[in-house]
Design a protein around this ligand. Structure first.
Ligand code: FES
Length: 102
């Protein structure tokens, strides 16, 4: 009968601790995941009526998701093109017309 010693890593079931707090790992996640890939931000049914919107943060960006007049969902950067002001402040709401910068 042969016995082999188990390494410490064979008992590891999670990432090493530094993956949870290392700023360099955080920067890599922002660069390679949140700014490059699709991110699920919620369920379409949560924005059910025309003009309803939600804002979500993805990485360092605020994203505005709106149900348009054709009842389709659109997502935009939540900033105006003139000076980058935030367009919608709250987490969710109902637009009465077009999106306007304050
Ligand atoms: S800051 Fe000028 S239109 Fe938004």
């Amino acid at each position: 009968m042969t016995t082999t010693a188990r390494s410490e890593t064979s008992f590891t079931s999670t990432l090493p601790g530094r993956y949870y707090y290392d700023p360099a790992i955080y920067e890599l996640e922002q660069e390679r995941i949140f700014s490059q890939m699709w991110v699920c931000v919620g369920r379409a049914a949560a924005i059910s009526t025309v003009g309803a919107y939600q804002t979500v943060s993805i990485g360092r960006e605020s994203i505005l998701i709106v149900r348009n007049r054709e009842s389709k969902l659109n997502a935009f950067l939540n900033v105006c093109r003139h000076r980058g002001s935030r367009l919608c402040i709250g987490e969710a709401g109902q637009l009465k017309g077009s999106i306007q910068c304050r």
